[in-house]
Design a protein around this ligand. Structure first.
Ligand code: FAD
Length: 292
């Protein structure tokens, strides 16, 4: 099912369960670790995800992506959305992969610029920005294309307005949906959606939710991306810094509240950055399903 059909009702009534999707990445250990990922995904299948998105080259990790795409599709019977990045990618390589993706019956891809890997000195890119990749995929296939959005602005953007102009370029090039970077302050998301809509962008904007699972994870995320941590959250993180179980519990509570408020506002989807672990995401979904 294509993105436009999945999120047909762009704004649903408040307090109605939105469409659920999960992001996973190829395990660092390669094929030998695929069964671990399957185990986690099997625990999440009962929440009927509309799609599972699989990262490409994130953090320099691309271990057997195509093999994993095939296996998630055929063995786990999941609707897979494959990611593609511009970084170190040639037109030839992208064309080969998108054609293969399409021949497998996959209908959706997420087109990104990606980030330059630190361990590669020279890297040839045929595409500079994500909008060029969107345009290319659109010209070669019938795939439905999603792009990334940044409620607090992309880290390299001088300001949010500049970043939204870029988002418009991506949508005008053919993107059908926007998945946001994680955020911890829903007001940032609401205000972003308002600004984006004012620019005439009407495609669904699916909020990205990342449960806090450790102190280190938050330190890393906030150093790599423009993601602000609200004061009350920061206090709790400091308090539970050396208590891993408490931090995980707090992460579930925090994200559950965040999701409930998003559901109340009538979002059409929730996209979970699972970090390849089912536990926190499953608990959040149980919590929200008990109140929606
Ligand atoms: P772009 O939209 O190309 O924008 C990048 C920057 O360039 C922005 O600051 C933008 O404002 C600026 N810009 C764009 N066009 C121009 C222009 N013409 N002139 C000047 N500046 C311009 N990374 C991975 O490596 N693999 C993944 O699988 C992956 N999945 C992701 C999924 C989601 C939902 C999100 C939110 C991010 C993901 N990322 C992934 C991270 C992403 O690749 C990085 O955030 C990257 O730095 C930007 O990618 P983009 O597609 O948003 O870039």
């Amino acid at each position: 099912m294509k993105l436009s059909e999945i999120y047909e009702d762009r704004a649903i009534a408040s307090n109605v369960m939105p469409k659920i999707s999960f992001e996973v990445f190829p395990p660092k250990g390669g094929e030998s670790e695929f069964p671990l990922l399957y185990q986690e995904l099997n625990l999440l299948k009962k929440y009927n995800p509309v799609l599972v998105s699989l990262t490409w080259g994130a953090g320099g990790n691309n271990n057997n992506s195509m093999e994993l795409v095939k296996s998630l599709l055929t063995d786990l019977k999941l609707n897979v959305m494959a990611h593609f990045t511009c970084i170190c990618n040639s037109k030839e390589n992208v064309e080969k992969h998108i054609k293969e993706i399409e021949s497998l019956g996959i209908e959706n891809v997420l087109a990104l610029r990606g980030d330059e890997p630190q361990d590669i000195e020279v890297c040839h890119n045929d595409f500079r920005y994500a909008n060029e990749l969107v345009e290319f995929i659109k010209s070669k296939t019938d795939l439905s294309i999603a792009v990334a959005g940044y409620p607090e602005g992309h880290i390299e953007s001088p300001d949010l307005e500049f970043d939204i102009e870029n988002l418009k370029r991506k949508v005008d090039s053919g993107a059908d949906a926007i998945y946001t970077q994680l955020f911890f302050n829903n007001d940032m998301y609401f205000s972003y959606v308002e600004k984006v809509r004012k620019q005439g962008i009407s495609v669904p904007i699916i909020p990205g939710i990342m449960p806090v699972i450790s102190y280190k994870q938050i330190e890393r995320m906030t150093s790599l991306a423009r993601v602000s941590v609200p004061v009350n959250m920061r206090e709790k993180l400091e308090r539970y810094k050396d208590r891993p179980e408490d931090i995980k519990k707090f992460g579930i509570e925090y994200a559950s509240e965040q999701c409930c408020s998003l559901i109340q506002s009538g979002v059409s989807g929730l996209h979970f950055y699972t970090l390849n672990k089912a536990y926190s995401t499953a608990n959040i979904l149980d919590n929200i399903m008990s109140v929606v």
